[in-house]
Design a protein around this ligand. Structure first.
Ligand SMILES: [Fe+2]
Length: 302
């Protein structure tokens, strides 16, 4: 506790001691190989205590886990909904492209809007819902692969807390700039002169009510306005340098049918892919976005 009665926060730029203790522990305990992130689950509708504890431990240490369902279910949508519920992921974000259930089927579709997730094009680094307003931050996410493509479609993941550490170690001013409430603006989404969504202005790094770190980011260059000052430009450039560095602690893998990424909305990207209708290798990934983090994975849950 600090003198004001609040728990010390590692994300407080004035509390170097709390930061250093959290940083050192995080870097010491984080799993370093992709195999350490893999967990096999027998039944997504009836998780065992060890399944829940396995996901929690990984997400507490690294904010994501790679779950493999031993028997890929007939109904992938129902399975991920059920999996999410048991992990404390309850409040689904109903975006305009989601199905009735609130879960989005990502596959190549001929949508008029032509959003990139529904094409076979690569998706650059981002966290989900970076265009959502502050009251609907995406804190948890499940991506479940029902079918992979004939070629391509690999994912890459980088724990956003490691991005924070990288930046703060280099220059705390980077973090300060990215925590500014006007650091990043996504201009309004308009279609045929009708506004679907107003401008979304907000920070890159923010803290939730429990003091957990949230990151709001996209590497795309179009339809994004960064605050036009030296500090913000330098900070954004430092993120870009990290994301393109071979030394960055990025994990690359290709989801197989029956596998899911369960995460506290870490940074991720997707490479382009090619479907093959003749063999049925047509990529189908279900995505569920939540306003919740995975239960028991907060800063004070250790
Ligand atoms: Fe995403």
């Amino acid at each position: 506790m600090n003198p004001s009665g609040h728990k010390a926060s590692p994300f407080d730029l004035d509390d170097q001691q709390a930061y250093q203790a959290w940083r050192d522990s995080k870097l010491h305990h984080r799993p370093n190989s992709i195999d350490e992130y893999r967990l096999e689950i027998q039944d997504p509708h009836a998780l065992k205590d060890k399944d829940i504890e396995g996901v929690r431990t990984l997400c507490r240490l690294a904010n994501w886990a790679l779950v493999r369902l031993a028997r890929p279910p007939e109904d992938g949508e129902a399975a991920i909904r059920s999996l999410g519920t048991q992990l404390g992921l309850i409040r689904l974000d109903h975006n305009p492209c989601a199905e009735e259930s609130g879960i989005t089927a990502l596959a190549q579709r001929n949508t008029e809007r032509g959003y990139i997730p529904y094409t076979n094009r690569p998706l650059s680094w981002h966290t989900d819902g970076y265009y959502n307003p502050p009251h609907s931050r995406i804190r948890g996410m499940v991506l479940y692969c029902a079918q992979n493509a004939a070629n391509g479609g690999s994912n890459a993941i980088l724990d956003h807390e490691l991005v924070y550490i990288h930046l703060r170690d280099r220059d705390p001013e980077f973090v300060k700039a990215l925590m500014a409430s006007d650091a990043m603006t996504i201009p309004a989404n308009e279609e045929n002169g009708r506004q679907l969504r107003p401008d979304t202005v907000g920070p890159v790094f923010s803290l939730d009510d429990e003091g957990n770190l949230h990151m709001r980011y996209t590497a795309r260059k179009r339809n994004i306005l960064w605050k036009n000052d030296t500090e913000t430009r330098a900070a954004v450039s430092a993120i870009e340098t990290l994301l393109s560095s071979p030394e960055a602690p990025i994990f690359h893998f290709r989801l197989a049918p029956g596998e899911a990424i369960v995460s506290n909305n870490v940074l991720h990207r997707r490479e382009g892919f090619e479907d093959d209708e003749t063999t049925g290798r047509v990529r189908l990934v279900y995505r569920a976005r939540y306003y919740d983090r995975i239960a028991g994975t907060g800063l004070h849950d250790a």
